[in-house]
Design a protein around this ligand. Sequence first.
Ligand SMILES: *Cc1c(COP(=O)(O)O)cnc(C)c1O
Length: 376
Amino acid sequence: MRKIQMVDLQTQYQHIKADIDRGIQEVIDSASFVKGRKVAEFQEHLEQYTGAKHVIPVGNGTDALQIALMGLGLKPGDEVITPTFTFIATAEVVALLGLTPVVVDVEWETMNMSLDSVRRAITPRTKAIVPVHLFGQCADMEPLMALAKEHGLYIVEDACQAIGARYTFSDGRTAQAGTMGEIGCTSFFPSKNLGCYGDGGAIFTNDDDLAARMRAIANHGMVVRYHHDMIGVNSRLDSIQAAVLDAKLPHLDEYIAARQAAAEYYDRAFSGNPHLLIPGRLQASTHVFHQYTLRLQGVDRDRVRELLQEAGIPAMIYYPVPLHMQKAYQDPRYREGDFPTAERLAACVLSLPMHTELDEEQLAFITENVLNAVNG
Ligand SMILES: *Cc1c(COP(=O)(O)O)cnc(C)c1O
């Protein structure tokens, strides 16, 4: 049996090696390492894939979020609502820009932002909501978009874990994660569902003016060369990463299908076990399983993790500490106990190996060991 890893990028590379190597070699031959043709090609292919009118490739997903908030022209003191159960980047950029992060609780089943919590958190200073499509499933966007519209708020989707997930509105219309709010952000970090071989990210928008502004911000606020119309940053997707991504994009749908097949295998094995709650699904969204995250109950989660590790099976805790309990984000507005669902999740979640290369033998071994570990 191949070694079990959280993410197996080596095996995935072997299947597409010829295309990847050729793409990288072309970039080296062209010596066009930054803002090269490969970046423009990938941008166009990703616009076709996502249906976003504008894709703006940037240096990473965190920059994508920062440039999005800069593009909206938010000012210090403006409040931005984000879930407390997520990766830190979401709140980090809000704080770095001098905006005020307002954190809200999540749903127990989907682990995504709770609409009721958002509603309660809106104040006259609220300017934007940043839903995170956690673990690869969209937050419930239709009611969230209605709420945002009612209060005149922007939505910036953090789709870093959810590229390719599809949301269906009640009128039957569908849209991809990252293309529903004013702006969507994604990450091409190597372990993400569409990952490059370094750092990378992209911003999505259907708004021409916002697109032009964010494109300039990502390039030192420059519209005409050496004329700087606004304060910007330096955040670019480099050509070698674009070549890797352009070779992988045609495989994204099969990669998603492979993740979903592994998730189904896990679901079948674990459904009905009193100690294991499988990931809750939102009817309106597909799930692209960036992570397969169980909620454990009536067992010692850390002991289960240890037993798995001893069997050679990695398992990770995403995320052990909610934002409002992080040292750097201590805030007199919040204390332990304020967001009970997020805190309960942080104490019981366990993510299993999830990637495109899991075979039946590995899945059988993982599920058998998980069941043994929880059944004692
Ligand atoms: C990965 C991730 C980011 C940041 O992306 P980077 O490319 O690593 O900067 C932001 N938000 C979420 C939810 C993520 O999973």
